[in-house]
Each structure stands twice: as structure tokens, then as C-alpha cells.
Design a protein around this ligand. Structure first.
Ligand SMILES: CC(C)(COP(=O)(O)OP(=O)(O)OC[C@H]1O[C@@H](n2cnc3c(N)ncnc32)[C@H](O)[C@@H]1OP(=O)(O)O)[C@@H](O)C(=O)NCCC(=O)NCCS
Length: 188
């Protein structure tokens, strides 16, 4: 279930059918899809975008933590996607860990929105009792690795643990009680 979240500049909410034009625009772009999956997927029609939105709603309906958020910027319109979901284990039809992911519109890059939205989702996850979140990126995806670093995620190096492929693996464990928000120093 995609529970509504807020941060200083952003609102995170579930995608609705009305967001299909944004989802098509976002996921039709080579710059966005380059490092997602094998890099060849494109959402080129409104029908395909609507199907994607419906699939997200179906996949995480009823789960207290997992979700796919439409991240809305200061003017209220969507600027990107944040995901918190099970990550498929390599070589098996199982998923033991939870991953966080971010896909933002190129017009919204360079404002700190991905990191800010991810912090809100991590606070949601850890606040509800999740102990650990991982992120994986293609080795060449420097922008996404920079987000992981800004969040304070620990770099575990190259790994084949997930998706049957080799990725850079990052993890963040739930802060000890009173340690503050992820990626921020605790106040003395
Ligand atoms: C990965 C991705 C989300 C990173 O986006 P991003 O905008 O660079 O990341 P952030 O939200 O952390 O923004 C940081 C940038 O905003 C700048 N910034 C500007 N104003 C800021 C503010 N008020 N607060 C924080 N940062 C700010 C930072 O200086 C930094 O810029 P720099 O990279 O030039 O140093 C984006 O490249 C993307 O969507 N890529 C396509 C999809 C993808 O590959 N996803 C990851 C799959 S693993």
C-alpha cells in the first residue's frame, strides 16, 4: 500500500490514472531507462502507462510498507517515482530483501528531490520496523550511486545476489533508536 508521505518540498502519493501522461513521458525517455533493467524498455503509449500504474497498485495493495510513490514537486505536479519493494534473489524465485529505487524526470534532476524523497521513504520503512534496505545500480550509474552516498548507504561492492546480474550493492540499516533520520547526523 502506497501510504502518503511528505517532506520539506515534496508530497509522495500513489499514482492514479490521471498520471498516465507523466508516466509515459518519464518512462519513454532513454535518459531514464538507460540504467533500468536491460535499458531497452520504453513506455510509449498512454495505454501502456495506465497499465503500469494499474500494475503497481495491484502489486503492493494491502502491504503495510511496500509501495510505488509519485513524487510531486513544490508546484504539486509529479517529478519522479520512488519505490520500496522486494528485490528478486538471483537464481531463485524468491525475494528475501527489500530495495529502494528512484526514477526522476530529467527536468527534475539536480535539485536534491530524489535524495529528499528517498529519505521520506526510508523514515517510513524504518519507522514501521524494517531492519535493512538495499539499493542496486548498474556499475556505470554514477548519479544513482551518488544518491546512495547522500543517503548514508554503505557500499558493499559488486554483487550478483539479485536480479541474476552484477550490480553495485548498497545497504542501509535501521538507525538505532534516537539516531535521527537516515543520512543525517544525530543531534547531540
Ligand atoms: C538517479 C537520479 C534519481 C539522480 O537524480 P539527482 O537529481 O542527481 O539526485 P538528487 O536528488 O540526490 O540531487 C542531487 C543534486 O541536486 C543538487 N541540489 C540542488 N539543490 C539542492 C537542494 N536544495 N538540496 C539538495 N541537493 C540539491 C545537488 O547539488 C546535486 O547536484 P550534483 O549531482 O550536480 O552534485 C536521476 O539521475 C535519475 O532519475 N536517473 C534515471 C533513472 C535511474 O537511473 N534511476 C536509478 C536506477 S538504479
Amino acid at each position: 500500500m502506497t501510504v502518503p508521505l511528505r517532506s520539506a518540498r515534496l508530497v509522495l502519493r500513489a499514482y492514479t490514472a490521471a498520471d498516465a501522461p507523466f508516466v509515459r513521458d518519464l518512462y519513454s525517455r532513454e535518459a531514464v531507462q538507460r540504467y533500468l533493467g536491460d535499458g531497452t524498455a520504453r513506455v510509449s503509449t498512454l495505454a501502456a502507462a495506465a497499465q503500469k500504474i494499474g500494475g503497481w497498485a495491484e502489486a503492493y495493495r494491502g502491504h503495510p510498507l511496500h509501495g510505488v510513490w509519485a513524487v510531486c514537486g513544490p508546484d504539486g505536479s509529479p517529478v519522479g517515482t520512488l519505490l520500496l519493494k522486494p528485490i528478486p534473489d538471483s537464481g531463485a524465485d524468491t525475494a528475501h530483501d527489500v530495495e529502494i529505487g528512484w526514477h526522476f524526470h530529467p527536468d527534475a534532476w539536480g535539485h536534491g528531490y530524489a535524495t529528499e524523497a528517498a529519505r521520506a521513504v526510508l523514515e517510513h520503512a524504518f519507522g514501521a520496523g524494517l531492519g535493512r534496505v538495499v539499493a542496486v545500480t548498474w556499475p556505470a550509474n554514477a548519479a544513482s550511486q551518488a544518491v546512495c552516498r547522500r543517503l548514508g548507504m554503505r557500499h558493499l561492492g559488486l554483487s550478483r545476489a539479485y536480479y541474476d546480474t552484477e550490480c553495485e550493492l548498497y545497504e542501509l540499516r535501521a538507525p538505532a533508536s534516537g539516531a535521527g533520520a537516515p543520512g543525517r547526523k544525530a543531534t547531540p
